[in-house]
Write a protein that binds this ligand. Structure first.
Ligand code: PXL
Length: 276
């Protein structure tokens, strides 16, 4: 198996089990060298905590890129999650262009919204910039809220296959290549992922648990990236990541009051086994 090196660009939420504190351990556990570029440092994530600190690291990015270019450092994949500012999106494109290896992939999780709402601190200008990043990406991993914001289609909690297809077509019309569309549920108790890859479309359905946890989007995207870099097909990687995320949510349900994130660590062994 070729040993792959990836760069992930997202924030460090010091406490909160999301973004880099999730991506680094999960992708490393997949057997992939994981380099990091923190987009911002927050004392906690922004969903449920109040009074968090926020240090934007946008202006550190150009010098980091210059140094990596001087050192001829290259990555097989750049995977972005929560980004700290609109300007960062331009820098991400520069970093990808400057450091991608031959056939290097850009994978974008447009982490900016959930449950019909933008996360605190994001605005329309950020959504516009994210549209252009998604159009450059090899894979995007949106949830329903993010896909609606990217396409301008009204967010609905109840929908059918025609509605999902309309969103996918609009994303493809924007230039999005491969789409891993998460959290698509057509019947009670079940949810799944629509995988649009290489002109084909498939659906991976799995159990929907009664409890939901913050940070599962980051867990899912990280496991998908790790599995894809391990040589799995996009469909298999999407399924492995979904099964792992379900295990994380089940592990979290065992403990009362663990509201701010998902317990992804105790079940990492199951992800590793699924890759063998
Ligand atoms: O899980 C996405 C995420 C990442 N980083 C920060 C967040 C969130 C979601 O709320 O607040 C800082």
């Amino acid at each position: 198996m070729a040993y792959k090196k990836i760069l992930t660009i997202q924030d460090i939420s010091c406490v909160g089990q999301c973004s880099l504190t999730v991506a680094l351990p999960i992708i490393s556990a997949c057997g992939v060298e994981t380099c990091v570029l923190p987009s911002a440092v927050l004392s906690t994530h922004t969903a449920g905590f109040t009074g968090y600190t926020f240090r934007d690291l946008t202006e550190d990015m150009p010098a980091i890129k210059e140094h990596w270019m001087k050192e001829k450092i290259q990555f097989n994949c750049v995977y972005t999650g929560y980004l700290g500012s609109t300007k960062q999106i331009d820098y991400v494109v520069d970093i990808f262009e400057a450091t991608k290896s031959e056939n290097g992939l850009l994978i974008v999780d447009p982490a900016m919204a959930d449950n019909g709402k933008l996360y605190p601190g994001f605005d329309e200008a950020f959504v516009e910039a994210m549209k252009s990043l998604c159009a450059k990406a090899d894979y995007i991993i949106p949830n329903m809220t993010e896909a609606c914001l990217l396409t301008g289609i009204a967010y609905q909690t109840e929908y059918d296959e025609a509605y999902v297809q309309k969103i996918i077509t609009a994303l493809q019309d924007m230039g999005c290549k491969n789409i891993i569309f998460t959290g698509i549920s057509y019947r009670a108790g079940r949810t799944g992922i629509v995988v649009c890859n290489d002109g084909k479309q498939a659906y991976y359905e799995h159990e929907m648990l009664p409890n939901s946890c913050h940070g599962t989007g980051d867990i899912y995207a990280s496991a998908f990236v790790g599995a894809l870099m391990r040589g799995k097909t996009a469909y298999d990687a999407a399924g492995i990541a979904a099964d792992y995320t379900v295990e994380c949510i089940k592990a979290t349900a065992e403990e009362e009051n663990h509201w701010y994130g998902a317990k992804f660590e105790p079940v990492l062994g199951k992800l590793i086994s699924a890759l063998e």
